[in-house]
Every structure is written in structure tokens, then in C-alpha cells.
Design a protein around this ligand. Structure first.
Ligand code: COD
Length: 297
């Protein structure tokens, strides 16, 4: 699967999954959920203010009659119900509707009924960029704020897992910093060097982790050649591990707004995929994310 279109097509070939939508009273989310249902990717369970959800559906001409619905006006409650449906095996994955990301994530992390596993949860965002020859993941620009070295290793593992679910056999990971040499004043460079060493000890042949790297070396062979940086992953990176949420969020949004990139995102590391879409994401991005979650689920 080399494009987001491939992922959508694969999700249509697979068994239809059950998607629990927390706080379904959102026009754009509803549109993408109904489109995904019409494409047989998912069967939704709508949780939230059902009166408002139905009003929106009528307003924009969507038929949601056949879908299971659970009524609650309380946002935390809608997140709790959606999460519990998945932990009880009644749904395959969760999607965020008109609710703050952190409210949903706190329910996902709940020790009693949440979707925690022994691993760290992290956000994995796939980008299809017109000027790059393959899908590029940025992680973590959505959940972990300032991850530790061990957490960064888990973030890499989650991204690798996502690629593995898509059938990739070889994955190149670049630990981003502002430069490729270690500078004791730049913690991202220190962490990246350490992560590279930690990964080498794991001896996982099909996943190369390189770092520290500046962005240009990760995504441009030409730049690596000019700077004399010799690495097999230069210009062939699949995963950009960013040092903090701000860098991930900033690069990701730059790709979307300045480079016309298309995207799909998912939280990995939990018992099931979690789809966090931004209110500003377009229809296709939301559909891509549902398809990605469905394939991973
Ligand atoms: N994976 C697994 N367990 C976790 C994780 C994680 N990524 N984060 C926290 N936990 C566990 C902790 O070990 C602890 O047991 C419990 O959850 C609570 O931990 P806190 O107190 O650090 O976590 P919270 O509940 O205050 O915050 C967790 C959030 C994910 C909500 C927080 O990190 C957050 O708000 N992240 C940014 C989300 C966001 O706003 N994204 C959108 C903009 S890009």
C-alpha cells in the first residue's frame, strides 16, 4: 500500500468493522462516517446527543436511520461509552467526534475500562505528499507531548506496527533533530544518538533507525549527497520520529497547508486503533483515517 487510495481500497476489501463514534453531533464527522459506511468500510455506532445528530443529518441530507445510536449529552460519558464498547468487544475501533482530544484520550487511558496495554499509546500520522515518492509517517505530533528516550523507542515501535499492518517489509526511521551531529545543548540530538544505539542492540533487520538527522537529510538524497551524509535511509525515510509534539504538529500542518499533502492518522499502542481527526481536516482526510483504522483493526 503506497498511497492513501490503496489503504481505502484495502479497507473496502476487508471485513466491515464496527466503529464507535464518540460525540457524533458533528457535521463533518457524520459525513465521513456515512461515506465510510456506504463504502462498506464500517458499520457505525453513534454515541452522543442523538437529537442533535439527527437534526444535523436531516440538515445535510444524510440517512442515519439504520445505525445503532446511544444517547448522551455528556461528552465525557460519550467517550466512556465508545471506549467501553471497544473494550467489551462490541466495536472494533473508536473515532473522535465533537469532543476535545484530551477528554477522549483520558477515557482511553482509564485503568478500569480503557484500552491501555503494556505499551505506550502514540499518534501515527501518514502523509501522502506530492513531492515525496512514498507515504511518510510523522510521529508523535498528536498525543505524547515531550517523550522520554524510552517513550520515543515505543513511539517508533508503534509506527513500525502500523506499517507492518499495512504489509510493509522494510521500514526506515529517521530520528529528527536540527542537525546530524550531536550537540550537548540540543537534547534531540543526544536522544536520537541514544535511540539509534538502543535500536541496533535490538537487532531488528528490517527496521533501520538513523539519527540524529535534520529533515532535509531524511527526505532528500540530493541534500545528503551535498552534505556528505552517508546513510541508506537518506531520501528513503518512511518514519520521521519528532522530538516533541510541537515539531510533529508543525511539520504535519505545514505539509497539509503549504504542500497540499493528504493524510490519515491513528493512535497506536492501545487494544484497538483510535481515530482522532481535527475539525479542520477535510472530508477525504477523515475518510482516509477511518479506512486506516479499519485496516489496522
Ligand atoms: N500511553 C500510555 N499511557 C499513558 C500515556 C500514553 N501515551 N499518557 C499517559 N498515560 C498514562 C500515565 O502513565 C498515567 O497512568 C495516566 O495515563 C495519566 O497520565 P497523565 O496524568 O500524564 O496523563 P493525562 O491524563 O494528564 O494526559 C494524557 C493526555 C494524552 C491527555 C495528554 O498527554 C495530552 O493532553 N496530550 C496532548 C493531546 C492533544 O491535545 N492533542 C491534540 C493537539 S496536537
Amino acid at each position: 500500500m503506497n498511497s492513501l487510495k490503496d489503504i481505502v481500497e484495502e479497507s473496502q476489501r476487508q471485513k466491515t468493522k464496527i466503529l464507535a463514534v464518540a460525540a457524533s453531533e458533528d457535521k463533518e464527522v457524520l459525513k465521513s462516517v456515512v461515506t465510510a459506511a456506504e463504502l462498506n468500510i464500517i458499520q457505525p455506532i453513534l454515541i452522543g446527543d442523538i437529537f442533535e445528530t439527527k437534526r444535523i443529518a436531516v440538515e445535510i441530507g444524510l440517512n442515519i436511520e439504520g445505525y445503532e445510536k446511544v444517547n448522551t449529552k455528556d461528552l465525557k460519558e460519550s467517550a466512556k461509552i465508545a471506549v467501553k464498547l471497544v473494550s467489551e468487544g462490541k466495536a472494533d475501533f473508536v473515532m473522535k467526534g465533537l469532543i476535545d482530544t484530551s477528554i477522549l484520550l483520558k477515557e482511553v487511558l482509564n485503568k478500569d475500562y480503557g484500552l491501555r496495554t503494556d505499551s505506550l499509546l502514540s499518534h501515527v500520522m501518514f502523509y501522502e505528499i506530492p513531492t515525496y515518492h512514498k507515504l511518510l509517517v510523522i510521529t508523535d505530533g498528536g498525543m505524547n507531548i515531550t517523550p522520554s528516550i524510552n517513550e520515543k523507542v515505543s513511539i517508533i515501535e508503534n509506527a513500525v506496527q502500523a506499517f507492518d499492518n499495512l504489509g510493509y517489509k522494510k521500514i526506515n526511521v529517521a530520528c529528527l533533530a536540527a542537525k546530524e551531529k550531536v550537540n550537548p545543548k540540543m537534547s534531540a540530538t543526544i536522544d536520537a544518538e541514544e535511540i539509534k544505539k538502543m535500536w541496533e542492540k535490538k537487532n531488528i533487520q528490517n527496521v533501520i533507525v538513523e539519527g540524529p538527522l535534520a529533515l532535509d537529510l531524511a527526505v532528500s538524497k540530493e541534500s545528503a549527497k551535498i552534505k556528505g551524509f552517508n546513510s541508506s535511509i537518506a531520501g528513503e525515510t518512511d518514519v520521521l520520529l519528532v522530538p516533541n509534539i510541537e515539531m510533529g504538529n508543525g511539520i504535519g500542518k505545514s505539509l497539509t497547508y503549504f504542500a497540499n499533502a493528504k493524510s490519515a492518522g491513528v493512535i497506536m499502542g492501545a487494544k484497538a486503533p483510535i481515530i482522532l481527526v481535527s475539525r479542520a481536516d477535510d472530508q477525504q482526510t477523515k475518510l482516509n483515517s477511518i479506512a486506516l483504522g479499519s485496516v489496522i483493526a
